[in-house]
Design a protein around this ligand. Structure first.
Ligand SMILES: [Zn+2]
Length: 458
């Protein structure tokens, strides 16, 4: 009798454990069904790890950038557009990380719990990007490495992204892994690049000064071609004489900005860096994470180190996407939506399966401070670079020529349209080139005029 009881107990125990495990498995299957179905192993979607079946990807004008035709993934028939859009869409083999064919595959490949994966997905992913503009920006970079980003500062919608180098996935270069020409080719430099900022950093120093130095607008600064600190010397690009704060930004005077940075001190400068959102790794609603910048000067830094940091010539590193967002915030009264480019996804019969909900970037600058910075960036263009350069666009902006020990400077331009009926901000970095105005400024001017022609002058 004892033995029978033992056996019954054992049998019941085994049954209970079996049922529990089965229930757990079922639960996991259902709750992760979509994930399992969309894994690369699913032969309906992938062939040897290569994406085959997925819906269309369209740019802001409805131009098809990627689609599946007879079970094969087909991209734009324009090689410039293929190259320009490569880092956004992603490649078939998965070298490019963060491409939307991967990160938005659930929206691209229609799935239902009852019918599973629809291998003839009719879903469409709609972007805010204009692929012609992206190709134009890519071509503007020429043989230089670098990036361009243009964003609507009222809505956060990015209309143009270019990153160089890139390649045509239909003709992948044989020397892609060996040639310096393709160094970092799989990275989208707008989101993943980190650069010495040079003089574009003076906008951050100016933000700190407006926040913390009450009489900054009535102070004057003297420049005789350099500024001697208690432990070194900061060299200027010219002999500027006596300048106001605004003129110091207009003429990008290193002597004046070193003095301003030293007045502020490393901690207040770092506060401005953080307030501008430049330290943040942004998690975009487009499902990529940008690189966070690094501010160099510690609270114990020497006067010279603080001075060099204040003019962007130190070990401080800045990410272009974060800087674009900072420009959007200044242009937009002190706040911004985090820039994004995937607008929506729709299923068959136009059913919405994804709609972008823009998020506050977290940058918060007081409206009066944002307005002061905006006016100073406006006079930097009108008093110094010259309005003729920007054609029809009333531009605000600042260049940077980031000197480096091991090559030509990185050229920067950061700015935006003054007129908010044409509400666009732009960031341009041209690596290992030369003067910020000559290399990045001309690309920015060309692209802003081109966008103006497409939207206002059309
Ligand atoms: Zn100077």
């Amino acid at each position: 009798m004892k033995t029978i009881n033992k056996r019954i107990f054992l049998l019941v125990s085994v049954t209970v454990i079996f049922a529990a495990v089965a229930a757990l498995l079922m639960f996991s299957m259902f709750s992760h069904a979509e994930e399992y179905a969309l894994k690369s192993i699913n032969s309906h979607l992938y062939d040897n790890g290569v994406l085959m079946n997925a819906g269309d990807i369209k740019d802001v004008n409805g131009t098809v950038l990627a689609q599946t035709v007879d079970g094969e993934r087909v991209y734009s028939d324009d090689s410039d557009i293929r190259k320009a859009m490569l880092h956004i869409i992603g490649d078939n083999e998965g070298f490019i990380s963060g491409g939307i064919q991967d990160t938005f595959r659930e929206e691209l490949c229609s799935y239902s719990l009852i019918f599973g994966v629809n291998k003839d997905s009719k879903n469409t992913l709609n972007l805010t990007l204009d692929s012609d503009l992206c190709a134009e920006a890519y071509n503007q970079l020429g043989s230089y490495k670098g990036c361009v980003g243009i964003c609507n500062y009222k809505t956060g919608e990015i209309v143009c992204i270019a990153t160089s180098p890139s390649y045509d996935m239909y003709n992948k270069p044989d020397d892609i892994n060996d040639s310096d020409k393709y160094e970092g080719v799989y990275i989208n430099r707008l989101f993943g690049g980190l650069y010495t900022p040079g003089s574009v950093f003076k906008i951050v120093t100016a933000l700190g000064a407006i926040n913390n130095i009450d009489d900054i607008f009535s102070q004057t600064f003297y420049c005789d071609g350099s500024y001697t600190t208690d432990d070194g010397e900061i060299i200027c690009n010219d002999v500027h004489g006596t300048l106001t704060f605004e003129q110091a930004l207009n003429y990008s005077c290193n002597s004046a900005f070193a003095q301003i940075a030293i007045q502020l001190g490393a901690e207040k400068l770092n506060e401005a860096f953080v307030q501008a959102g430049l330290d943040k790794k942004y998690s975009s609603i487009d499902r990529f994470t940008s690189k966070g910048g690094v501010f160099s000067a510690a609270s114990t830094a020497s006067s010279s180190d603080v001075g060099w940091a204040g003019i962007g010539q130190s070990t401080t590193l800045v990410n272009p996407y974060s800087y674009l967002n900072f420009m959007c915030a200044i242009a937009n009264g002190g706040k911004s939506y985090l820039p994004y480019f995937v607008k929506s996804a729709e299923g068959e019969n136009g059913r919405e399966v994804y709609t972008a909900v823009p998020v506050d970037s977290g940058v918060s600058i007081s409206p009066t401070t944002a307005s002061s910075l905006k006016e100073m960036l406006r006079t930097t263009v009108s008093n110094y670079y010259g309005d003729y350069m920007f054609g029809d666009v009333t531009m605000c902006g600042k260049t940077g020529t980031a000197e480096r020990d091991d090559g030509n400077p990185h050229a920067w331009f950061a700015g935006f349209s003054y007129d908010d009926s044409f509400p666009y901000a732009i960031i341009t970095v041209v690596e290992d080139s030369g003067s910020g105005l000559k290399y990045a400024g001309t690309v920015a001017a060309h692209m802003m005029q081109s966008l103006y022609d497409k939207t206002v002058n059309k």
